[in-house]
Ligand binder design. Structure first.
Ligand code: C5P
Length: 239
């Protein structure tokens, strides 16, 4: 998979303006998150698909009772996106319901079914929070590994995780299980609020299936050049 550009923009106009710089011959993989989706609704997906050749990762992190999630996932399955997310913490029944909803929604709209990624523990969760607030008394790496194994047994196609956790996850999942990794920074770029960052090449060497990268591209003076250089580093595994 080509590097996934996180389109963390506040509205559709800014998003389309950003995409305009990329040649139409360059098929892109882009991530739409809650801010843009809640601002513009499903119409923003159609607008992006119409503006540029793209695969879309719709990152809405569903987490509710299985019945509600199945119905919400049905709606997402109709949109023609490639990837979606749910919280593994919602449990096995919820993930199975989400997968059913995605498959049925996609079938109803004659689209290929989106793949479902599970969020294990957010990278904003640390050991103290795990123990004191979530009452999970085990090392966070083990807790992540455990949720990844549960996600795989619940029909998830993969997980979103730090590239640094990839080898641990790969040790308990099948080879085709996707491990999609944000927290990517090319050498010499601003880290921002990310804490443990990894270069595109190192993410590849650690076994990531795909990287998600936002600000080093969206805030660059030349986003197309920044993207090309990140793509090259990812493809060659040389930082
Ligand atoms: O700009 P930056 O490269 O930090 O963007 C990373 C993207 O990945 C953002 O959309 C962020 O919400 C998302 N993400 C993350 N860490 C996670 C899960 C998602 O940075 N654990």
């Amino acid at each position: 998979m080509t590097p996934i550009i996180a389109l963390d923009f506040k509205d559709q106009a800014t998003t389309l303006d950003f995409l305009k710089a990329f040649p139409q011959t360059e098929r892109l993989f882009v991530k739409i998150g809650m801010e843009l989706f809640y601002a513009e609704g499903p119409a923003v997906i159609k607008a992006i698909q119409a503006a540029h050749p793209v695969d879309i990762f719709l990152d809405l992190k569903l987490h509710d009772i299985p019945n509600t999630v199945e119905k919400a996932a049905w709606q997402l399955g109709r949109l023609g996106v490639a990837l979606t997310t749910v919280h593994a913490a919602g449990g096995k029944d919820m993930m199975l319901a989400a997968k059913r909803g995605l498959l049925a929604g996609a079938k109803a709209a004659h689209h290929p079914a989106p793949k479902m990624l599970a969020i294990t523990h957010l990278t904003s969760t640390d050991q103290a929070m795990l123990e004191n607030q979530l009452s999970i008394d085990m090392p966070i790496s083990q807790a992540v590994q455990r949720l990844a194994a549960i996600a795989q047994a619940s029909d998830a196609d993969g997980v979103v995780a730090s590239a640094l956790e990839t080898p641990l996850i790969r040790s308990v999942t099948k080879p085709d299980f996707l491990v999609v990794t944000p927290g990517i920074r090319p050498r010499g770029t601003a880290v921002g609020d990310q804490k443990r960052v990894v270069t595109p090449g190192r993410a590849k060497r650690l076994g990531s299936s795909a990287i998600v990268i936002g600000r080093p591209i969206t805030q660059a003076d030349d986003p197309v050049a920044a993207y090309q250089s990140i793509k090259k580093a990812w493809e060659t595994a040389h930082d």
